[in-house]
Design a binder for this molecule. Structure first.
Ligand code: NAD
Length: 468
């Protein structure tokens, strides 16, 4: 763990398993409430110097950190794969994106502006001068999930630092190794207390970060249930909640089917479906559903399931065997309720084979709840209106995608679909690290994407000057 610039061990340990073979690969310190309080205190003290650092210097430090991570790219990719079972080719992509996210933060740190306010537009303001500046918010509490253990951590701590805040991070204990390696590197470049990392359980370390009055904001990514719990406990803190999703991919009868099949394949099975913006429901116009189904199932059975450390592996294990059993139960439940298995439906330890289901109805749990696994339910509909109705029939609203060559329907869909982003002719599983990202409904509150995260990690301070 990292508290006030000191890397520290603890006698109490948590064992970290490689999900592909269940071997113990490392142990990490089991942090507690006291450690978390110390970290928050250190972050508060560090704010005093951080606030006064020129943004040029902060930007330079972030560039240096990005260079160091680049030098260690191979180590980071391997750590991600061993720790969370992500296929190595996807881990390499995550590391590349993480470096880019830091560079975006380094650039954005020099563009934090206020504005002038035309006070003379209101009675009594005739001679006044008004302007705002953006000032740091304070200590940012960052709490992250297991599935993008490097880039999602970076999406919180780098904008926070770019805006001259300090951070206490609690990474997921299901996949903490990349965050701990990152902390080691950041500690070389930043003053003590600017970044602190505590590993431990959500209901102790996470709970302390959420409730502690010296934390100004919680930036959380994770499940809806944890997000709801955090919003109940956070009191007067700013909140960003990036929560679960149930993204639809609609294919209309005028769409390019091959493109749609390719997109559905990438969207449904990326990191074994353990992606918040994974395609979770495929909604097909009846007129093209047979063609789509045949091509999609043919492509699904060709995916290579295997050890995620091998470069040609498409599908690795889920994060642990318990997660795979949950998926197995959900699929079996749907089959009992009348769904039909077109391929997959098999579990071996933490591995679950890519699975396509049809005859799925919109009330089934597999369609209503977020399924965090490689399962693609096909839902047939009669035309555009029904497709939109089915797509919106969920409590989630993260991203949504539609395949069509009809510009009118595409534009109409952008108005009607209830989601944070609407993507036309590409799977919802797309995120550029500078775009405003975040859902509506139960998928969360607020936006990330460097510029947008920074906006939420600063306070607007107004100055009124009466020249006499
Ligand atoms: P999770 O909610 O189980 O855990 C996330 C983090 O919260 C972990 O660090 C955990 O220790 C911590 N936590 C648990 N209980 C807590 C508490 N009481 N107080 C404070 N912190 C607590 O999520 P997960 O299983 O790690 O991740 C998967 C979920 O994350 C999925 O639902 C997925 O859709 C979502 N997710 C969302 C996005 C997004 O940007 N919208 C991105 C990735 C993942």
């Amino acid at each position: 763990m990292l508290i006030n610039g000191k890397l520290m061990e603890k006698p109490e340990k948590i064992e970290i398993f490689n999900p592909s073979n269940n071997n113990i690969i490392d142990t990490i310190p089991l942090g507690n409430r006291q450690d978390t309080k110390k970290a928050i205190k250190a972050a508060n003290i560090a704010l005093k110097t951080m606030k006064n650092l020129p943004s040029r210097q902060i930007s330079e430090k972030l560039y240096e950190i990005s260079e160091d991570i680049k030098k260690n790219s191979k180590i980071f990719a391997k750590l991600i794969t061993l720790d969370c079972g992500k296929p190595i080719k996807e881990s390499k992509e995550e590391v590349k994106r993480s470096i880019q996210t830091i560079i975006l933060s380094a650039e954005e740190s020099k563009r934090i502006y206020g504005e002038t306010i035309p006070l003379d537009a209101c009675f009594g303001g005739e001679n006044l001068v008004g302007f705002t500046s953006k000032v740091p918010l304070g200590v940012i509490g960052a709490i992250t999930p297991f599935n993008y253990p490097l880039n999602l951590v970076i999406h919180k701590i780098m904008p926070a630092i770019a805006a001259k805040n300090t951070v206490v991070l609690k990474p997921s204990i299901q996949a903490p190794l990349a965050a701990l390696k990152l902390a080691e590197i950041m500690n070389i470049y930043l003053d003590p207390g600017v970044i602190n990392v505590i590993t431990g359980f959500g209901n102790e370390v996470g709970d302390e970060i959420v409730k502690n009055n010296d934390v100004a904001k919680i930036s959380f990514t994770g499940s809806v249930n944890t997000g709801l719990n955090i919003s109940k406990n956070a009191g007067m803190k700013k909140l960003t909640l990036e929560l679960g999703g149930n993204d639809p991919l609609i294919v209309l009868d005028d769409a390019n089917i091959d493109e749609a099949v390719d997109a559905a394949l990438r969207g449904s099975y990326l990191y074994s479906g353990q992606v918040c913006i994974g395609v979770k429901r495929i909604i097909l116009d009846k007129r093209i559903s047979n063609e789509f189904k045949d091509k999609f199932v043919n492509a699904t059975v060709k995916l290579k399931v295997g050890d995620p450390i091998n470069l040609d592996t498409d599908i690795g294990p889920l994060i642990n065997e318990k997660a795979a059993i949950t998926i197995e139960k959900k699929v079996n439940h749907a089959l009992k309720d009348g769904a039909e298995l077109l391929c997959g439906g098999k579990r071996e330890g933490a591995y679950y084979y890519p699975t396509v289901l049809e005859n799925v109805n919109t009330n089934m749990e597999i369609v209503q709840e977020e399924t965090f696994g490689p399962v693609a339910p096909l839902i047939n509909v009669n035309g555009f209106e029904e497709a939109i109705e089915v797509a919106n029939n969920t409590k989630y609203g993260l991203q949504a995608s539609i395949f069509t060559n009809d510009i009118n329907k595409a534009l109409k869909a952008t108005k009607l679909l209830e989601a944070g982003s609407i993507i036309i002719n590409k799977q919802s599983t797309y995120r550029a690290d500078n775009m405003p990202f975040g859902g509506c409904k139960m998928s969360g509150l607020g936006k990330e994407g460097i510029k947008y995260a920074i906006e939420d990690m600063t306070k607007t301070k107004l100055v009124i000057f009466n020249p006499i």
